[in-house]
Design a protein around this ligand. Structure first.
Ligand code: 5GP
Length: 178
């Protein structure tokens, strides 16, 4: 990829992300008061959000990682979800919190919910840093949403473009040069 092929428009700042995570953590702390949760990081895009979110929680948290791929190197969804890394421990009877970077069509989250529900957790809920309500193609519930955004392709803070740009500390809108 040639870095001249795109520009990045600054969209959500580090401070805005930090403040939003503190608010989400307050809600999760209140809702799960006195309980242990298993937080599931959906790789790869969620790892930065996940790291910040779990450090803001005042609950006993176990961390699990679920590797998924749905996008390949494109900026539009293929609609096909593959598990590339499975959980390391059982979640039966546990309170599960799926931590997602972004819900676009909702197909990935719908897949994850079915995949995990089959393992009989005590409860299952989802935190997504970003959601694109206009892009939703399936009916999925997200209990904790950071920012609702328009139908734009965003990068940074864990989110990639062709595996690059995950390390940007803020969220930007990607503009591809024609
Ligand atoms: P969905 O299955 O909801 O259409 O897509 C979910 C996954 O697609 C996300 O976990 C993320 O990896 C990827 N994705 C969706 N929208 C964007 C976006 O705007 N930017 C990036 N970098 N990835 C996205």
């Amino acid at each position: 990829m040639n870095p001249m092929d795109y520009t990045i428009e600054k969209f959500i700042s580090e401070k805005e992300i930090k403040d939003k995570i503190a608010k989400l953590a307050d809600q999760i702390n209140a809702d799960f008061d006195g309980k242990e949760i298993v937080a599931i990081c959906t790789l790869k895009g969620s790892f930065v959000f996940f790291s910040d979110l779990i450090r803001s929680l005042a609950l006993p948290v176990r961390c699990e990682f679920l590797g998924l791929s749905s996008y390949g190197n494109q900026t539009t969804t293929s609609g096909e979800v593959k598990v590339t890394l499975d959980l390391n421990s059982q979640i039966e009877g546990k309170h599960v919190l799926i931590v997602e970077d972004i819900v676009d069509s909702g197909i990935t989250l719908q897949f994850i919910l079915k995949y995990l529900e089959a393992r009989n957790p005590a409860s299952i809920s989802t935190a997504a840093l970003l959601s694109k309500p206009d892009a939703l193609k399936v009916d999925v519930d997200v209990e904790y949403v950071g920012f609702e955004i328009q139908n734009q392709f965003v990068v940074g803070y864990g989110l990639d473009y062709a595996e690059s740009l995950r390390g940007l500390p803020y969220i930007g809108i990607l503009h591809l040069e024609e």
